[in-house]
Design a binder for this molecule. Sequence first.
Ligand SMILES: Cc1cc2nc3c(=O)[nH]c(=O)nc-3n(C[C@H](O)[C@H](O)[C@H](O)COP(=O)(O)OP(=O)(O)OC[C@H]3O[C@@H](n4cnc5c(N)ncnc54)[C@H](O)[C@@H]3O)c2cc1C
Length: 286
Amino acid sequence: MRLEDFDTGISYQARVLSTQRITAAESRDEVREIVLEVEREEFDYQPGQSIGVIVSGDHPQGHKHHFRLYSVADTPQSSGSGKPRVTLCVKRCNYIDEYSGERYEGISSNYLCDRSVGDIVTINGPFGIPFAVPEDRETDLLLIGMGTGIAPFRALVRHLYEDVKDYKGKVRLFYGAQSGLEMLYMNEEKDDFSQYYDRETFEAFKALSPRPNWADPIAMDYALEERSEEILSMLDSPHARVYVAGRADILETLDRVFVHMIGSAEQWARRKAELKAGQRWVELVY
Ligand SMILES: Cc1cc2nc3c(=O)[nH]c(=O)nc-3n(C[C@H](O)[C@H](O)[C@H](O)COP(=O)(O)OP(=O)(O)OC[C@H]3O[C@@H](n4cnc5c(N)ncnc54)[C@H](O)[C@@H]3O)c2cc1C
């Protein structure tokens, strides 16, 4: 769905409760965890959904309201005042204009990253298809995230182990970043996933670029292929699900890896179509 097609008519005010840089100070990437308190009694959402952020004003691109989506990075919580809380994980985006060579600051991401505690932002939603928790609690889940694509999985893994509690399926999280400095929620600033490492069912794998300073592609292919036996046996089970989140270029890499693992492009195309038809392959990519 195109951004223009979202209904931005209804919006809510939200106050910034906290804002924290969660990438190391030495990292070129600034990613912030921003916690908002929504100024209404209810604001329900599920892992895998996104909320809209509306930045008003005259923007260089000519539109009055700049609207962008951000995945929820936590399960629904309420703050001390009982109002709903939403956690976002936002990367400050900057672009270089190909023709003028000028540096251009992404409107919404810079706006969010520049907010201070107590500031009010306008949000709407939630939007999108959630990463559903399967009814059968023994269903295996393969979670593949790139960059800020870790956000929905932080919410989902927390939901599985803290709300659902009796989840028995294997959960395998593959997380790709350019280097250890760009790792989110698995670094010195925040190490949220480590609390689940003692769960028998949970394992997380890091996929880093072999040469981080060369802007090489992130080694998601190696990370997955190293565990191909387990992944293939997960995919063979009639219920296992694959959830993918983050930068869209991961899809091409995944097709390549799975073709290699499964043996032929035709077999992978058939398998992927079956997974998608059964809503067992769900993508949240941008
Ligand atoms: C479902 C979904 C979930 C998402 N979840 C997250 C998330 O959890 N975390 C996160 O950080 N992001 C997330 N995103 C991405 C996010 O929505 C924004 O796309 C991102 O933050 C950039 O938006 P921006 O307003 O900062 O940049 P924009 O201002 O929108 O700039 C973006 C584009 O505009 C172009 N551009 C515009 N004007 C110029 C110019 N003058 N010169 C050169 N280029 C120009 C740039 O090339 C660039 O491609 C998600 C996206 C989707 C669709």
